[in-house]
Write a protein that binds this ligand. Structure first.
Ligand code: URA
Length: 184
């Protein structure tokens, strides 16, 4: 709650000037599975909650296929907590300014699995030159946490050709959850 309050008052980068709401995160704070997206879009900025627009509806559907629900067994946050104007990619300085919040969220929630949703999250958390089309669904272990990158639902909406591959990543997630003996 302290971290949330600090984040809600943040003025560490220029995005604070154009945001409506800080989008801190949502879900179970004792979740063993955490999803990390890119940054708020328009709907998220208006509501103060991650993934509530069209992409979010698709993400919710994909999660539901493997029994994951934001009010039950996961936590969702973003790489940057404030909306970049016109939904442009967040800049390196904005990501760097926001990183402490994400780091502390992960430290407090202590997930066993982190799913990076889209290129920006995967580049920030897995590897700077991460390529989603080539590396999606690959598991790596970092500091004792299992991590995987997958397609951003906005990319799937733009290019449904990848939906099957995106779905396969969720099936792989379900297997990893079972393999680790995580109760969901
Ligand atoms: N896209 C993201 O990456 N995060 C959101 O919260 C919404 C859309």
């Amino acid at each position: 709650e302290e971290l949330r309050q600090e984040c809600l008052n943040c003025r560490k980068c220029g995005l604070c000037q154009t945001r409506t709401n800080v989008v801190f995160g949502v879900g179970k704070e004792d979740a063993e599975v955490m999803f990390i997206g890119e940054g708020p879009g328009q709907q998220e900025d208006l509501k103060g909650e991650p993934f509530v627009g069209r992409s979010g509806q698709l993400l919710d559907k994909l999660m539901a296929t493997v029994d994951l629900f934001r009010d039950r067994n996961i936590y969702i946050a973003n790489t940057v907590k404030c909306r970049p104007p016109q939904n442009r990619d967040p800049e390196q300085e904005e990501i760097a300014a926001c990183m402490g919040y994400l780091r502390n969220q992960v430290a407090l929630i202590r997930p066993k699995i982190i799913v990076c949703v889209g290129r920006i999250a995967a580049m920030t958390l897995i590897q700077p030159d991460y390529k989603v089309t080539r590396q999606h669904g690959e598991w790596i272990q970092k500091n004792g946490v299992w991590m995987m990158g997958t397609f951003h639902p906005a990319a799937l909406l733009r290019n449904p050709y990848n939906t099957k591959n995106g779905f396969a990543d969720f099936l792989s997630l379900r297997e990893k959850i079972q393999e680790l003996g995580i109760k969901i």
